[in-house]
Design a protein around this ligand. Sequence first.
Ligand SMILES: Cc1cc2nc3c(=O)[nH]c(=O)nc-3n(C[C@H](O)[C@H](O)[C@H](O)COP(=O)(O)OP(=O)(O)OC[C@H]3O[C@@H](n4cnc5c(N)ncnc54)[C@H](O)[C@@H]3O)c2cc1C
Length: 179
Amino acid sequence: MERKVGIIGAGISGLLACKYTLSKGYTPVVFESRSSIGGVWTKTLETTKLQTPKPIFQFSDFPWPSSVVEDFPSHSQVLDYLQSYAHHFGLLRHIKFNSKVLSIAYEGPPEEEMQAWELWGGAGDPFGSKGKWNLTVNDTHNLSTEVYIYIYDHISYFIYILAYFSADLCDFSPCSSTC
Ligand SMILES: Cc1cc2nc3c(=O)[nH]c(=O)nc-3n(C[C@H](O)[C@H](O)[C@H](O)COP(=O)(O)OP(=O)(O)OC[C@H]3O[C@@H](n4cnc5c(N)ncnc54)[C@H](O)[C@@H]3O)c2cc1C
């Protein structure tokens, strides 16, 4: 059975989550409200550079290209690096762009039943079969206020990428359905 994992945000954290869920044999679905990857690095002041020295701001399995000689690359070099990472590991096809998640609600077994579980998923496996996720997503591409609702009864859990700088979330409490 295909085992899907929902991920919100295609910044560095979401890209990593996507890459590692793939490497574990799962199928990630990344919801990104913007039309591109990179998160904060897509919109910074023109003069912004990395403040962390390059060697310690690096994916462990994907070094900076030799063409980047600066110790503190510019924001566009950082963005290029992130895009190369996403291309290299085939992440783009797993990303739903222009998809802003407004709310998530889990509809599963009764609260009392879940409270009684000693292990996650009821059986020690995060991929249970009893629940479903209802997502309210805004199509930001059309600038519409219309929302559409995905019902994912095959996504078993979510990774929230709640970045301090660009999190734009409404209500992600487990049992909530409103925004
Ligand atoms: C100007 C600046 C300079 C920085 N310099 C450094 C540095 O030198 N060293 C360092 O270690 N860190 C630095 N940082 C910290 C930076 O936050 C991290 O480097 C990193 O980019 C964070 O990645 P992220 O994926 O966690 O978050 P983000 O890059 O913020 O990505 C979050 C993504 O989630 C998306 N998103 C948010 N809400 C929703 C929603 N409801 N639905 C769908 N998608 C959504 C956003 O559009 C975004 O693409 C800097 C930050 C800034 C702003």
